[in-house]
Design a protein around this ligand. Structure first.
Ligand code: NAD
Ligand code: LMR
Length: 343
């Protein structure tokens, strides 16, 4: 029995993500949790003739049933950005949502693979780590910030610049974190970019880094990326299932992970970046992260991007870690934590 819990299942991401997950035949139980409207969504999805049963769980009183014994918990719960906001601006609201969901998961499915979509990913992932550490259940190999969308976008955008490239099979190494300047596409590693001049490289890099803002503007400020995120989230869940249930080896996916994950490669990347968490390619195995893959040679331009990214990432990670410490001591202070977040 493979249970996958989607927390925030009634949202802009949660609904299409759940639809895609309903099509995954590894999943036998899809548990949908939200604080609104989840019954109707589950009823609707439950008519699709795939093996999984779908259950609805509304509100905190039903959170335990949603997560108990889950193999994977994917969390797109929380507020999205509006125009003019930085992802960090969401921390004041989303840190508490993530904390409470993580507390439930640490109690009722402590061995689950935890996949965090909720922004700001750079800081919400350390919050989940803090909660699991406090519960004495932390396994960094099972915790992932979902940064797949950056890689999905990079593959698509590069195929628009070079139409010979297949957007499905072309992979771009995108490292750092999941917000503006912390997203560092390593375009120099592709032979296909050798014909691009510096101006083109910079334009493409910017497009990848700030693609999220484009969607928010195009949607008239109503919400941020949902459909492409559902696609990315589904790709990531599918790969976790292939590796952990299907026993497939050699799956490599980018994710925002704890470099202390005691997996081969982690300490090397930590030494190079001086970051505790980092978005990077990882090899998945039956226990989660099998290997963290050092990012390899980078150009001078990318090295400049990386330096900027690291400064911001370190502050974002501190924000998440500080929140966890304050919360652990029972003295959460939203204002002081939020204030540090301002860019
Ligand atoms: P949304 O507002 O459409 O949906 C969020 C859902 O979360 C809503 O259904 C809401 O009821 C629910 N929710 C709120 N508080 C909750 C709680 N305590 N418990 C359970 N559910 C709760 O937002 P969205 O567009 O789906 O985005 C969700 C999050 O994903 C945002 O933080 C957004 O910034 C982030 N996001 C991340 C990526 C990424 O690449 N990682 C991409 C896009 C969006
Ligand atoms: C994205 O990259 O589209 C998401 O992180 C949502 C956002 O706030 O831009």
């Amino acid at each position: 029995m493979v249970k996958v819990a989607v927390l925030g299942a009634a949202g802009g991401i949660g609904q299409p993500l759940s639809l895609l997950l309903k099509q995954n035949t590894w999943i036998s139980h899809l548990a949908l949790y939200d604080i609104i409207s989840v019954a109707g969504i589950a009823a609707d999805l439950s008519h699709i003739n795939t093996p999984s049963k779908v259950t609805a769980h509304l509100g905190p009183d039903n959170l335990k049933d949603a997560v108990v014994d889950a193999h994977i918990v994917i969390i797109p719960a929380g507020a999205p950005r509006k125009p003019g906001m930085f992802r960090n601006d969401l921390f004041k609201i989303n840190a508490f949502i993530i904390r409470d969901l993580a507390i439930a998961a640490s109690k009722y499915c402590p061995k689950a693979f935890m996949l965090v979509v909720t922004n700001p990913v750079n800081s919400t992932v350390p919050v989940v780590a803090g909660v699991f550490k406090k519960a004495g259940m932390y396994d960094p190999k099972r915790l992932f910030g979902v940064s797949t969308l950056d890689a999905v976008r990079a593959s698509r955008f590069i195929s628009e610049v070079n139409v010979e490239l297949d957007p499905i099979s072309t992979r771009v190494n995108v490292v750092g974190g999941h917000s503006g300047n912390t997203i560092v596409p390593l375009l120099s590693q592709l032979t296909a970019t050798r014909d691009l001049n510096q101006e083109q490289i910079e334009a493409l890099s910017y497009h990848i880094q700030f693609a999220g803002d484009e969607v928010i503007v195009a949607k008239g400020g109503i919400t941020s990326a949902t459909l492409s995120m559902a696609f990315a989230g589904n790709r990531f869940v599918s790969n976790i299932l292939e590796a952990t249930v299907g026993g497939r080896t050699g799956i490599i996916e980018p994710a925002y992970v704890h470099l202390a994950a005691d997996a081969e490669g982690g300490s090397e990347v930590q030494k190079d970046t001086d970051c505790e968490y980092f978005a990077i390619n990882v090899e998945l195995g039956s226990g989660g992260i099998e290997r963290i893959i050092p990012f390899g040679p980078i150009s001078e331009y990318e090295s400049r991007l990386l330096k900027e990214a690291i400064l911001e990432l370190q502050a974002n990670i501190k924000l998440g870690n500080d929140f966890s410490i304050l919360e652990t001591n029972g003295k959460p202070s939203i204002d002081s934590v939020g204030h540090e977040a301002k860019m």
